[in-house]
Design a protein around this ligand. Structure first.
Ligand code: URA
Length: 279
């Protein structure tokens, strides 16, 4: 596909920024050598549709309706379901979230509800953990340092502009702690409704808290990342392939783990391109 020089230059700059973030600050040799001549790189393999292996089948976890978890406030969840289901579009859903009083985080110090950013018809929906301080201040998810790293990685992977971004909860937890199960359960009907409205082809679950909540598993993110699962909506009407990956805040602390995330993004990009290729 033809890319204008601007797009190619921005992608190249993004890739360079990503390498710098990953600790690459030295040229290995003055002269470029063609290392693809004998064996194609993973990137070159991705370019070639002819050698693309089929995607592995998604793994199925036992996905239970979060409302079935004992100890949750079922009235709150039922209320959230009713309100969310009646939102005809994303703007109405955001207004419904802002007006909703059932999530305890709303009155625990957050300045505002933080819902989403990105393309409303994106093929990929990214679900993170919870808004942090920058998100609480600016009213959009993933706008702080972790979000900027996420954006650079998405751009370098060719996924810029092809994502819709939200979180498992819509208010900043005090002290940026991990949201609790009942906080996530109160917000889950709104997240389900967002997924039903955007209808993404794939979900990218960013970090352990998002992966655990969406896949109803206790497995850690280091074992889940890079594996495809089938996310199912609470009413069973939607099934979407979901890929857990490491949280960019973790990558800022552990730059060596960026290699793992990069592999996950390549897997995702390959499936998105394939799903969007005209037949
Ligand atoms: N971390 C998240 O998980 N979500 C955000 O929106 C910001 C940081």
């Amino acid at each position: 596909m033809f890319q204008s020089p601007d797009v190619a230059t921005r992608a190249f700059e993004s890739l360079l920024a990503f390498w710098v973030d990953s600790g690459v600050d030295t040229l290995y040799a003055d002269q470029a050598s063609d290392r693809t001549a004998s064996a194609p790189t993973p990137a070159a393999r991705l370019q070639s549709a002819a050698v693309r292996p089929p995607s592995p089948p998604s793994e199925k976890l036992v996905v239970e309706d979060i409302a079935a978890t004992p100890g949750l406030d079922h009235d709150v969840i039922a209320d959230a379901r009713g309100v969310a289901a009646s939102a005809p579009d994303l703007a109405a859903l955001e207004a419904a979230i802002t007006a909703f009083d059932g999530c305890p985080l709303k009155t625990a110090g957050a300045r505002r509800a933080v819902f989403s950013r990105g393309a409303p018809d994106a093929p990929v929906m990214i679900v993170g953990e919870a808004p942090g301080g920058d998100e609480d201040a600016q009213g959009a998810p993933f706008v702080g340092r972790a979000g900027q790293l996420l954006d650079r990685m998405l751009a370098a992977a060719g996924l810029e502009g092809r994502v819709f971004i939200t979180n498992t909860v819509f208010w900043r937890p005090p002290g940026n702690r991990t949201p609790t199960l009942d906080e996530q359960a109160a917000c889950a009907p709104f997240l389900d409704r967002a997924i039903a409205l955007v209808r993404p082809k794939f979900l990218l679950l960013v970090g352990g808290a998002a992966a655990k909540a969406m896949l109803k598993t206790n497995d850690g993110i280091l074992s889940l990342h890079g594996r495809w699962f089938e996310w199912r909506s609470a009413d069973g009407s939607l099934e979407i392939p979901a890929l857990p990956t490491l949280h960019p805040a973790f990558l800022l602390r552990q730059p060596a783990a960026k290699k793992k995330s990069w592999g996950d993004l390549m897997t995702l990009k390959e499936r998105v391109d394939r799903a969007e290729r005209p037949t």
